[in-house]
Design a protein around this ligand. Structure first.
Ligand code: ADP
Ligand code: MG
Length: 139
């Protein structure tokens, strides 16, 4: 089933000029980048995006990190894109991530873990509309 998921290339990656390297892994995995934009998240945008984590002890640190440098927001399309991208990303903590995954290859720590990917089709739809209009997504 062809579906779409939402991705963010996080500040630790843009700071190290890894946008292209991350995109190469995404594309090699068979996911198509159907929308992409580089933006600097405001504190309000980062807080809204990670609202479900607001009671977690790392929330403040997470918002500081996500607003520290530009990010690249993306829509990815492909067969089972939500689950497929979670596989390609690897575990939240890069120490637990499988070989060849983006987080194993590039992530310095559990907090600064290089990429975000939606965890369900419902969340993907809600996350995509926070950053893209329909006409900006070209499948
Ligand atoms: P994922 O991004 O794999 O879906 P979560 O939704 O659990 O992971 O967490 C959201 C983000 O919060 C993570 O990607 C990471 O940037 C940060 N984070 C998660 N756990 C920790 C932690 N223990 N310490 C610091 N930051 C964390
Ligand atoms: Mg998550």
């Amino acid at each position: 089933m062809t579906e779409r998921t939402f991705s963010i290339i996080k500040p630790d990656a843009t700071e190290r000029n890894l946008t292209g390297a991350v995109n190469a892994v995404i594309e090699a995995a068979g996911l198509r980048i159907v929308a992409q934009r580089r933006i600097h998240l405001s504190k309000a945008q980062a807080e809204k995006f990670y609202e479900i984590h607001k009671e977690r002890p790392f929330f403040g640190e997470l918002v500081d990190f996500m607003t520290r440098s530009p990010v690249v927001v993306q829509v990815l399309e492909g067969d089972n894109a939500v689950a497929r991208y979670r596989e390609v990303m690897g575990a939240t903590n890069p120490a637990n991530a499988d070989e060849g995954t983006i987080r194993k290859l590039f992530a310095p720590s559990v907090g600064e873990n290089t990429v975000h990917g939606s965890d369900s089709a419902e969340n993907a739809a809600m996350e995509i509309v926070q950053f893209f209009t329909d006409d900006q997504i070209v499948g």
